[in-house]
Design a protein. Structure first.
Length: 195
């Protein structure tokens, strides 16, 4: 079974779109996505927070990806993923995995992407002070709304993913189907308040 819960198989290489619509102008971003699709790629990765660090960049990545999908009529050929739950860049110590914040992020993402549903919804950060049961119940609620196909963890510790999936199995709900760990050649620190 395809873990992305779509009718199509995922390509081996996923295209990240963090700077699309900001540092990478729309026309260039469209050309990159065209070339990626032509080469057999079909998984686009964006996020609610992408480009927020750039002037006029809030939502630029999602809007650019959404505009490209609509202009190329390729929604049925693309596995579309976005991320939510990232702390506000001005308040990185405030975790945002509660249901209200996730609903807000998802609604804004769907509007920017011009779609009714994403195939995979990634939690961009963990909320270590919140029990995994509460987080997985929040994701299950979004899944029941049919606005997300499945969900993954991004920048989570393996032990938390294992605990979340153990809870999901016990509760009879979907667990994380994928992990997108933070990786960089540059040193960075992720600070999230635990309460």
């Amino acid at each position: 079974m395809n873990p992305f819960a779509t009718r199509i198989s995922s390509s081996r290489i996923i295209l990240g779109t963090a700077s699309f619509g900001s540092n990478i102008p729309r026309e260039e971003a469209f050309a990159v996505m065209d070339a990626y699709l032509d080469a057999g790629g079909n998984v686009l990765d964006t996020a609610h927070v992408y480009s927020s660090w750039e002037p006029n960049g809030v939502g630029a990545s999602e809007r650019t990806v959404g505009a490209w999908i609509r202009s190329r009529y390729v929604r049925d050929r693309i596995i579309l993923g976005t991320k939510g739950g990232h702390p506000d860049l001005c308040a990185m110590d405030r975790a945002r995995c509660n249901l209200e914040d996730l609903r807000q992020d998802l609604a804004q993402s769907l509007e920017r992407l011009q779609v009714e549903r994403v195939d995979i919804y990634w939690l961009h950060r963990d909320h270590p002070g919140l029990p995994v049961a509460a987080i997985m119940d929040n994701l299950a609620e979004l899944h029941r709304s049919n606005r997300i196909g499945c969900f993954g963890a991004s920048n989570w510790m393996p032990a938390r993913i294992e605990a979340a999936n153990a809870y999901a199995q016990q509760a009879g709900i979907q667990g994380f189907v994928a992990n997108q760990p933070g990786w960089s050649l540059a040193a960075h620190a992720i600070r999230t308040r635990s309460t």
